[in-house]
Design a protein around this ligand. Structure first.
Ligand code: HEC
Length: 500
């Protein structure tokens, strides 16, 4: 399979509604020897009598439930897997690809965080496919065939309260590089709204590889759109402006999921939705017109959402370096619960691992991705909230391969790589979406949010933070902030601090 196995991907900044960096406290002595939780038991496959494994009885249920969300007509995968013929035509290829666990695509290493909608076949399922192919891929008895899965073609969560549509279709050329673009959609609301769920629907699933949803209440994205003659504006890593919020993301095969009970994201009146789309040319010209369904929360939130932001800016990867690592960490100052995690890096990253070192010396793995792929990024939501008691050190480690041996290296010969927004730059970012364990600590969490926006890693000094803030808001690029730019920075800071 080529490195283009690209389908999904959630990149960019501010995946979560707001970001908070827990106040840095003296980090406890982390117990580096502690091991992540043991894997749930997955017994090895025991061979069945020869010829007894059939498509209708054993294989169809596996393919229906684990493959067809993408492998059906009009979806992102290149061929359907809904019938015996479909499966039998590619039997050997399927056997190989599931054995190597390349399909179904799922980047998070099992045992390092238990996530909703995890895609992983069991040893039993993989064994059944191997044996079926070894025995000559028999079809079996038609009466054993389960009913084909029904996929809801409309809105998965039912009719939305508000449907936002791209103002005009965007045309993706037949050939060429992948396209990353932001589209600005005004949100027609006359008061601030709380949102409990958001559903993204691509118009053309063959060409859209992933979507990220940002909010902009400052009109910055609108200006960028106006300056670009085509619909929207170009942007690769981040959205190319500093968003005032985020509404999550979408990747093929992902199911929309309402926020946890009691939580909601806020949309300020006058905000624009900024949709960042990643397109992969299909060989013929394609047109895309996406829609976003907004579901209002019936009640104001009773639980506070925020995100711990860990980001490394001091990236400096020498050309040819095979394993360049950087670590970022933050220490919680109140009892928190993690409900999701979203790591972000560009093309050179290989391995991303995040652990929580609890004050009692135990380690809770938060995620481990051993084969990072920019195009298969995701926002991973935990099945159960993960406790991060006060004094927990959350640490993420990024490893990059800047050698010619890395097929994803955008530069050949390799070049020195530093932090930046371009394809050829790198990033080291990880958001952990959190709620305070006790709602009485909500303000402490929110207060940290404003500081976190410009927060560098440990050791970043105040002057660097101010420099960065100036850069972000210096729209005319004269190196200083004029009155209008200063007002925007102040508004942004106030808003992200959770003040009204
Ligand atoms: C989340 C979406 C998704 C799911 C689920 C999924 N696939 Fe795929 N699959 C893809 C995409 C996209 C490609 C195209 C890869 C590429 O561009 O090389 C693909 C390609 C393949 C290929 C061809 C690989 C190659 O080398 O060209 C096989 C075989 C395959 N899938 C089998 C499966 C099987 C079997 C399952 C279920 C056990 C499955 N897939 C589940 C998205 C998916």
């Amino acid at each position: 399979m080529n490195a283009r196995l690209v389908v999904a991907g959630l990149c960019g900044c501010v995946l979560f509604a707001c970001a908070a960096r827990a106040e840095d406290a003296a980090a406890p002595e982390a117990d580096k020897t502690a091991k992540p939780a043991a894997l749930p038991a997955d017994p090895p496959y025991l061979a069945k009598p020869k010829g007894s494994v059939t498509y209708t009885k054993h294989i169809a249920p596996i393919l229906f439930n684990n493959c067809m969300s993408c492998h059906r007509n009009g979806e992102i995968a290149p061929f359907p897997l809904g019938s015996y013929r479909d499966a039998q035509k590619r039997d050997v290829q399927i056997a190989m690809i599931v054995k190597d666990r390349l399909m179904p695509p799922w980047k998070a290493e099992p045992g390092y965080g238990e996530f909703h909608d995890a895609r992983r076949l069991t040893n039993e399922q993989i064994g059944l496919i191997q044996q079926w192919v070894d025995d000559g891929s028999p079809e079996g008895d038609a009466k054993d065939l389960p009913e084909a899965p029904k996929f809801t073609e409309g809105w998965q969560l039912g009719p939305p309260d508000l449907v936002l549509k791209m103002p005009e279709a965007y045309t993706v050329a037949a050939e060429g590089r992948d396209v990353y673009r932001c589209f600005v959609i005004p949100i027609p609301i006359d008061e601030d709204k709380y949102v409990s769920a958001v559903e993204y629907r691509p118009g053309n699933r063959k060409v859209v590889h992933h979507a990220l949803l940002f909010l902009d209440s400052l009109g910055t994205a609108r200006k960028k759109d106006e300056a670009d003659p085509l619909p929207g504006f170009a942007s690769f890593g981040g959205p190319g402006f500093l968003p005032t919020g985020g509404l999550g993301g979408w990747a093929p095969g992902a199911l929309p999921r309402p926020l946890p009970e009691g939580t909601a994201k806020a949309i300020k009146k006058g905000s624009d939705l900024v949709l960042q789309l990643h397109f992969h040319p299909t060989g013929k010209e394609e047109s895309e017109l996406s829609q976003v369904g907004i579901y209002y929360s019936k009640k104001p939130p009773t639980r506070t959402l925020a995100a711990l932001t860990m980001r490394g800016r001091k990236i400096d990867i020498p050309a040819g370096e095979k394993a360049y690592t950087i670590k970022e960490s933050t220490t919680t100052t109140i009892d928190m619960e993690a409900i999701g995690i979203a790591p972000h890096a560009h093309l050179l990253a290989k391995d991303i691992k995040c652990n929580a070192y609890l004050p009692d010396g135990s380690v809770t793995p938060l995620i481990w991705i051993k084969d990072w792929d920019f195009n298969w990024q995701g926002q991973y939501m935990y099945e159960k909230p993960v406790k991060l008691p006060k004094g927990t050190k959350v640490e993420v480690e990024f490893t990059y391969d800047n050698s010619t041996g890395n097929p994803r290296n955008p530069s050949n010969p390799p070049k020195r790589v530093t932090w930046g927004e371009q394809t050829t730059d790198e990033m080291a970012l990880c958001w952990v979406q959190v709620m305070p364990e006790h709602e009485t600590d909500a303000l402490a969490l929110k207060a940290a949010a404003g500081r976190s926006i410009f927060g560098g890693g440990e050791g970043t000094n105040l002057r660097d933070l101010i420099k960065e803030a100036v850069k972000k808001f210096d729209e005319d690029g004269d190196g200083k902030l004029n009155d209008e730019e200063r007002a925007k920075l102040r508004e942004f800071y106030n808003k992200t601090r959770g003040q009204k």
